[in-house]
Design a protein around this ligand. Structure first.
Ligand SMILES: CC(C)(COP(=O)(O)OP(=O)(O)OC[C@H]1O[C@@H](n2cnc3c(N)ncnc32)[C@H](O)[C@@H]1OP(=O)(O)O)[C@@H](O)C(=O)NCCC(=O)NCCS
Length: 174
């Protein structure tokens, strides 16, 4: 990539681009790991434009969406907030870099931004949940100082059939 990306808070005008980046990166990462039906349910539950639009702005315990922009394009998205199970922990709920922009440090940049949000919220730890088999994400979190911290039941309001039973938890003290 020739253009240096920068981060900014998402605006309503970004909703379609955010849904697109999340959907394409999720498809790339999860298609080898789950059934096509499960993947379709994940994409429509989490990354429809209407839901993205509703969750765009910060709220108590939620960072809102941050986008990475390069050459007038949204190339990455992050969203993080207070962990539902541990009050001292901040969770990275959304982290996606568009497939063509991966491997250029954008994920690391978005993660550093989420860690700064976590510190502002006085959290002591940051966690991310990774789908078993998502080796790229596992290597990414390890290289960013996270360590494996066991498993938890997967959060699957879209339905569990066709997907994994647990998520791998990665954690870092901050
Ligand atoms: C995981 C993801 C967010 C990483 O973003 P990225 O911009 O590609 O990652 P970066 O370029 O910032 O990489 C940071 C470090 O992670 C590691 N890493 C990233 N991709 C890797 C890969 N494919 N294989 C091995 N290590 C990798 C490297 O150590 C890299 O540091 P280096 O370039 O100095 O060696 C991105 O690949 C992605 O969106 N994947 C698909 C969706 C997904 O799995 N999201 C996470 C959900 S939990």
């Amino acid at each position: 990539m020739n253009v240096i990306p920068f981060l900014r808070p998402a605006t309503p005008a970004d909703a379609t681009a955010i849904a697109d980046v999340c959907s394409r990166a999720a498809r790339q990462a999860y298609a080898p790991l789950v059934t096509p039906d499960y993947l379709a349910r994940v994409l429509s539950h989490f990354y429809g434009v209407d839901r993205v639009r509703r969750e765009l702005a910060p709220a108590p315990g939620w960072s809102g969406f941050t986008v990475a922009q390069a050459d007038w394009q949204v190339v990455g998205v992050a969203g993080s907030g207070r962990c539902m199970h541990r009050a001292d922990t901040w969770e990275l709920f959304v982290l996606y870099v568009s497939p063509e922009a991966q491997g250029h440090g954008i994920g690391r940049l978005l993660l550093a931004h989420a860690v700064a949000d976590a510190r502002r919220a006085e959290a002591t730890h940051v966690q991310a949940a990774v789908m078993p088999g998502n080796l790229q994400a596992m290597r990414f979190y390890e290289s960013c100082g996270f360590a494996s911290a066991g498993t938890r039941p997967i959060y699957a309001p879209h339905g569990e059939e066709g997907g994994p039973e647990v998520a791998l938890v990665y954690e870092r003290a901050i």
